[in-house]
Design a protein around this ligand. Structure first.
Ligand SMILES: CC(C)(COP(=O)(O)OP(=O)(O)OC[C@H]1O[C@@H](n2cnc3c(N)ncnc32)[C@H](O)[C@@H]1OP(=O)(O)O)[C@@H](O)C(=O)NCCC(=O)NCCS
Length: 189
């Protein structure tokens, strides 16, 4: 039997060399992308382009540099998050209003083959989303937080994945029996 090779651990130093990020475009080859949750595989194949054309979600593809195969994707959308008084204090946001601008990860998924080949692809995508949001802040429009509705219905483990990447649950939309958990990452503290 062939030896199963160890996954490559992605680090801040090495990860740029393995991948390139590009926008989803009409006719872009999607290859055999398949992730753990069928809904996210289907979204990329069936809905992502229409959502982008309609300006409701903009999709980024992470392709492996060596051969152009899609390792992961994410869809980004504009958002706003409602914070409690305690949460505003935590983020040193002393304003009379509750709603703070944000950029949301509407969808994020890593191809299963690439989850086995590399460790840290999902984390790298979060880093890239933060980078895009910071550029957005610098040049166009304010977005203090990166947000996500962690889809715990399909996989409870995604909560730990986002927590490990620095996200905290939002008080406003956190409760029992929810299919998703509303979370935020402060881009500046
Ligand atoms: C969730 C997903 C994006 C994670 O991608 P990934 O490339 O495996 O994540 P990483 O390798 O960067 O993981 C970072 C850390 O989170 C942990 N983690 C990742 N996915 C996890 C899961 N499903 N359950 C528990 N822990 C998880 C990893 O073990 C790792 O922990 P460590 O740093 O202590 O080793 C991927 O499993 C996926 O595409 N799932 C299907 C689609 C989906 O559910 N997307 C999220 C919708 S909100």
């Amino acid at each position: 039997m062939g030896k199963v090779s160890e996954p490559i651990a992605l680090t801040r130093e090495n990860r740029n060399q393995y991948f390139r990020l590009e926008r989803l475009t009409e006719g872009a080859p999607l290859g055999a992308f398949e992730c753990r949750t069928a809904e996210y595989t289907d979204y990329l194949r069936e809905d992502a382009l229409r959502a982008q054309t309609d300006h409701v979600a903009l999709t980024w593809l992470l392709r492996e540099e060596a051969n152009g195969v899609i390792a992961a994707y994410m869809s980004l959308i504009a958002d706003a998050v409602k914070l409690s008084t305690a949460e505003k204090e935590l983020h040193r946001l002393n304003y009379p209003f509750k709603t703070i601008p944000a950029m949301k990860i509407g969808k994020l998924a890593v191809c299963e083959v690439f989850r086995q080949k590399y460790r840290g692809v999902g984390t790298y995508l979060i880093y890239l989303a933060s980078h895009i949001a910071r550029n957005f802040n610098n040049d166009y429009c304010a977005a203090r937080f990166l947000t996500v509705d962690a889809d715990v219905e399909h996989d409870e483990g995604v909560l730990a994945f986002y927590q490990k990447n620095g996200f905290a649950s939002n008080a406003e939309l956190t409760g029992k029996h929810r299919k998703t958990i509303s979370m935020r990452l402060d881009l500046y503290i």
